[in-house]
Design a protein around this ligand. Structure first.
Ligand code: ADP
Ligand code: MG
Length: 242
């Protein structure tokens, strides 16, 4: 059984069908990259997986348990499934340390000293322990995104969803964020990335999924999707972005 099974998920906004019976398996310890043109539904799919959006048809399962439909404990789900967005991730009126420990203190009821120790050791791992007392606006965009990733990691999620996390960054700051993702991948973190960084997807992904018309139009290892795409639309998309 895959860690996540997206089973014929359909998501509509009014008359617009964004996911049209989309199915996708995410195996534990895999890195899955979602690619496709702007508006193809990458963010929507990620948001459906942690229930920021609700699907109208089909089912999504985590560890075999249905996480769509009524009666799902959303707090529990969001402990298991962390998400990091393109920007605006951190609370501006809280220090880095406060941002990072908020979830564990409030949601997990973790003792303050333990939350602090855990936060400091994760910050040290990404080289930002010295910024613990700073406010987000004193950090570069890349540093803010690294802190946002740490904040998600504080909950020990089973799955991390990363939505274009480098898109808002100046080019010279992209690599410091990708380094962390690379490190997490090496350590076996299960991740789904919506990304425009094709070089990075090629390097880090176990599976690349090309979304088109509300479904996974083609999926496979990066060597296939980037090196020998089988489908005309995948080829056209890849050609359009070089
Ligand atoms: P991607 O992340 O691949 O660029 P999105 O998932 O953000 O695509 O969007 C897919 C489609 O759904 C787009 O046409 C977008 O305009 C539409 N959409 C996204 N969110 C909403 C919303 N809250 N209300 C209405 N339409 C939306
Ligand atoms: Mg998006």
């Amino acid at each position: 059984m895959a860690l996540v099974e997206v089973d014929k998920a359909t998501k509509r906004y009014g008359s617009l069908t964004v996911l049209n019976g989309l199915s996708l398996d995410i195996e534990a310890h895999q890195v899955v990259c979602l690619i496709g043109p702007s508006g193809c539904g990458k963010s929507t799919l990620l948001r459906c997986i942690n229930r920021l959006e609700t699907i109208q048809d089909g089912e999504i399962r985590l560890h075999g348990d249905r996480i769509t439909g009524p009666g799902v404990d959303l707090d529990l789900l969001r402990r298991e499934v962390g998400i990091v967005f393109q920007g605006y991730n951190l609370f501006p009126h809280m220090s880095v340390l406060e941002n990072i420990t908020l979830g564990p203190l409030k949601v997990l009821g973790m003792p303050r000293a333990e939350a602090r120790d855990k936060a400091m050791s994760l910050l040290a791992r990404i080289g930002l322990a010295h910024k613990a007392g700073e406010y987000p606006d004193r950090l570069s965009g890349g540093q803010q995104q690294r802190v946002a990733i740490v904040r998600a990691l504080m909950m020990d999620p089973a799955l991390l969803l990363l939505d274009e996390i480098t898109s808002a960054l100046d080019p010279e700051l992209v690599s410091e964020v990708l380094d962390i993702v690379r490190d997490l991948a090496r350590n076996g973190m299960t991740m789904v990335l919506a990304t425009h960084e094709m070089g990075f997807a090629r390097e880090v992904a176990d599976k690349v999924c090309f979304l088109h018309a509300g479904v996974v139009h083609e999926e496979g290892p990066p060597s296939q999707i980037f090196g020998d795409p089988q489908d005309e639309r995948t080829r056209a998309f890849l050609k359009s972005i070089i």
